[in-house]
Design a protein around this ligand. Structure first.
Ligand code: GCO
Ligand code: MG
Length: 405
């Protein structure tokens, strides 16, 4: 007699930052967890799950993961987009968690077993100026990382993406009732970034993998110029060089520079990645397991990318919860073209709220051997940290016009 979904709950909690976590409970008492965190728009996903999907899920067979995915995706009619795909992704993660627990196996075993022993990870090194950046690189190497993303301040700008002035861990979403407005100057950035990255490369030596995130801010030609200016630094990747609604513009960048390109953290389905992959316009797909429709859909993206020798390097900053990281690592262990996992780390309280089997050691991550995703939620502790409104910043140029953050 098949098990049935008996309850669907959505926990909106804020241990140092907001997370939305889906809890699916079955009649036989199995509990599955899914991450549904959409930084800055959390309550939209909570409502989509609570008000629209929960009634559809009660009574369904939790074992039918793919049918549920098809039912929620095609049944939405208004498909794709961050809210819908994060909601579908959360359900997908929870159902894979339940299937693993029912089978007594870690999810990676259900995905075909391990194709590697451990997963290479990269983390963030930041410095308001270059000396601070070099210190931050040393601190990350001391933690065992073999791959680091380098971001610095920009002379003349007061706030810059990805960098905190006081050396604290960078948290993109600011608590409060309105986004922080940052001033951005691409010309100043283009003058400074090559110098900062060259200093990072000479400080690191040739082996450590060096990454950089342009965070959607360049025009195609500016991206080509930046790529050319760092050509001999052997970057592992240059990320989000342009706002990627228009994927064709990457042809311009690709024609002018060989620097490896990574795009996809703001994509939600394979369709947003499609021409970037089939036209070889990128080297790495950054889609996150939560925001791209869960394990089931991330595997489809990986499969298409594999055909074109493109690898996965999924998004994994502090606003991707430990539940999503767990799921990403199960995919990572079982997917041949999974290259690297972003791991920014979490505050101690977050690890307490989300006790997890996944581990970080010596620059690498592993999902662990616990059944399912290998993660639980301390609901009592989580309830002590209720949701607080928080927004991602916005960016304006010096003339006051809006630009991409
Ligand atoms: C990254 C991302 C983040 C995003 C953040 C938004 O590469 O880790 O660009 O820094 O800005 O996840 O919520
Ligand atoms: Mg990024």
């Amino acid at each position: 007699k098949p098990d049935r979904i008996a309850a669907v709950d959505v926990l909106v909690t804020s241990p140092t930052r907001n997370f939305v976590t889906l809890k699916i409970t079955t009649e036989q008492g199995l509990v599955g967890w899914g991450d549904a965190t959409l930084n800055g728009r959390e309550l939209a996903v909570a409502s989509y799950l609570r008000d629209h999907l929960a009634p559809l899920l009660i009574g369904r067979d939790p074992a039918r993961i793919e049918d549920t995915w098809q039912y929620l995706y095609r049944g939405a009619y208004w498909r794709r987009g961050p809210v819908t795909m994060t909601s579908v992704g959360a359900v997908d993660l929870a159902l894979w968690d339940i299937k693993g627990k029912a089978a007594g196996l870690p999810v990676y075993q259900l995905l075909g077993g391990a194709v590697r022993d451990r997963i290479l990870s990269y983390t963030h090194a930041t410095g308001w100026d270059i000396p601070q950046l070099l210190d931050s690189l040393d601190a990350r190497l001391a933690q065992g990382f073999r791959a680091v993303r380098a971001q610095t301040g920009v002379p003349g700008l007061d706030i810059v993406y990805g960098v905190s002035k006081d050396g604290a861990a960078y948290e993109p979403a600011g608590r409060g009732l309105a986004p922080v407005e940052e001033t951005w100057d691409t010309d100043a950035y283009l003058r400074h970034a090559p110098e900062a990255l060259a200093a990072a490369r000479s400080h690191l030596g040739p082996e450590v993998k060096l990454l950089h995130d342009a965070h959607h801010r360049l025009t195609p030609n500016q991206a080509a110029r930046l790529g050319r200016s760092v050509e001999d630094l052997d970057l592992f990747w240059l990320e989000d060089v342009t706002p990627a609604e228009n994927q064709e513009v990457l042809r311009t960048v690709r024609a002018k520079t060989t620097v490896p390109l990574a795009i996809g953290e703001v994509f939600h389905t394979v369709w947003e990645c499609q021409s970037l992959i089939t036209e070889q316009l990128i080297d790495y797909v950054r889609c996150c397991v939560t925001h791209a429709g869960g394990i089931s859909h991330l595997r489809r993206i990986a499969a298409l990318a594999d055909i074109w020798q493109i690898q996965l390097g999924p998004h994994g900053p502090s606003d991707v919860s430990p539940v999503a990281l767990a799921a990403s690592l199960h995919v990572g262990l079982a997917t041949p073209n999974f290259a690297i996992q972003e791991y920014m780390g979490y505050a101690p309280l977050v690890h307490e709220v989300f006790p997890h089997a996944w581990t970080y050691e010596d620059g690498h991550l592993h999902p662990g051997e616990a059944p399912g995703l290998g993660i639980e939620v301390d609901e009592e502790l989580a309830a002590r940290h209720p949701y607080e409104p928080a927004y991602l910043p916005v960016a304006r140029r010096r003339d006051g016009s809006m630009t991409d953050w």
